[in-house]
Design a protein around this ligand. Structure first.
Ligand code: SAH
Length: 373
């Protein structure tokens, strides 16, 4: 086979995989000026351009050079659903045929995009429908930031500076801290003024509590943190969020304290607590939660459970949620009950499923856990 044939067969480099810093290094290696990287990052992320020909301030020679070895490829939108409350859900197809979901939630003062980090999820949280899909693989940086890219392009076809998406939460499918380096690079792009320029208070990573990765996160990128707690005692949390067996509450809460050390007084970890009827919603559970959160700067988000087919859980009645909330508030905690959005299109928390080609045989694992709980 001749050299040219080999070259033609090489896969193109996807420039959505690069942070500004990494693209600069890449260009320097190719003998290009590093400022070209900033120009191209702006074209890609601020103006959602995926065609080098449209990059008018980039020299013709570089543009045609880029055509040869590079591409700008985001996941393909295969379904765009709008809920009666304005929520949007996109089904995005990846190169390997798997599909992931991304959700946009408009509110009066902000627009939040809920982004996925993995194809499926490797954790077994018993109340989450993504868990039922099993796990296939980590998303690439291009596939994570590509969700923001595709949503921005779909919501503001003319792109530009108007900011429809003001907040990003890594609360879609997957456990972001188990896809550490790709999630970190994607979040760097979210914060980068040459890309999306979101404030660090408006980019939130939600985790079930992967302690070693949580310790690494602080040194890598500064974002807000949400913790999926759901129980204030180890016995119950072991059942609901099985990774608790590896990193129990004491270890996890100490890691949260380390994460918050030296941060401004107004900064808090969002504690997510899904309200499951008769499972974790009694007065005693509220008191356990208060005890667990002692010394952790936190605000509690109570999430009414969103059902999905074949789940055995039920949403706590609103009266119970309110009583639970009042006990927390009386102890001095800040508490909000999350409004359920987009449930008519299965876009609410924990309902994202996509189309995952499960490689983990997790359904077997799952039924075992169900028998144990
Ligand atoms: N793996 C990460 C991010 C994905 S889950 C994490 O665990 O935080 C995002 C949020 O949705 C979590 O707080 C999760 O507990 C919540 N969630 C999952 N299933 C839910 C359901 N069925 N109803 C309501 N919230 C749910």
């Amino acid at each position: 086979m001749s050299n040219t044939t080999i070259k033609l067969q090489q896969k193109k480099v996807n420039l959505l995989d690069f942070t500004t810093e990494k693209l600069k290094d890449f260009f320097i290696e190719k003998g290009e000026k590093p400022f070209r990287a900033t120009q191209i990052i702006k074209w890609m992320h601020q103006y959602c351009v995926d065609d080098f020909e449209q990059m008018t301030n980039v020299s013709k020679t570089l543009r045609s050079e880029l055509q040869k070895f590079a591409e700008i490829r985001a996941p393909e939108v295969v379904l765009d659903q709008a809920s009666s409350d304005g929520t949007h859900k996109w089904l995005l197809r990846l190169e390997d045929g798997n599909c992931i979901e991304t959700v946009f939630i408009p509110e009066k003062d902000r627009g939040t995009l809920c982004v996925s980090s993995q194809v499926g999820c490797a954790l077994d949280c018993t109340f989450c429908s993504t868990a039922r899909q099993g796990f296939n693989r980590n998303l690439t940086v291009a596939e994570i930031i590509g969700q923001l890219w595709a949503a921005k392009r779909s919501l503001q076809p003319d792109a530009g500076n108007e900011r429809v998406i003001s907040n990003v939460v890594m609360m879609g499918m997957g456990e972001p801290l188990l896809n550490f380096s790709h999630v970190v690079d994607a979040m760097k792009l979210m914060l980068d003024d040459n890309a999306y320029g979101l404030s660090k208070r408006r980019v939130t990573l939600s985790t079930s509590g992967v302690v070693p990765a949580l310790d690494r996160l602080r040194g890598e990128v500064e974002v807000s943190l949400a913790l999926s707690l759901h129980a204030g005692n180890d016995q119950l949390r072991n059942k609901l969020v099985p990774i608790n067996k590896k990193y129990p509450l004491k270890v996890l809460m100490d890691a949260c304290k380390r994460y918050m050390k030296g941060k401004a007084a107004r900064e808090r970890i969002t504690i997510e607590y899904v309200m499951l009827d008769g499972v974790n919603d009694t007065d005693q559970h509220a008191r356990e939660l208060i005890y667990t959160l002692k010394g952790v700067p936190s605000k509690v988000n109570l999430i009414p459970f969103n059902p999905f087919p074949e789940t055995r859980y039920k949403r706590s009645p609103i009266k119970r949620i309110n009583q639970f909330r009042d006990i927390l508030i009386a102890s001095g905690l800040i508490v909000v009950t999350r409004r359920t959005r987009g449930d008519d299109i299965d876009a609410a928390c924990g309902q994202l499923a996509g189309q995952v080609n499960d490689r983990s045989r997790r359904e077997i694992h799952f039924s075992r856990i169900e028998q144990e709980t």
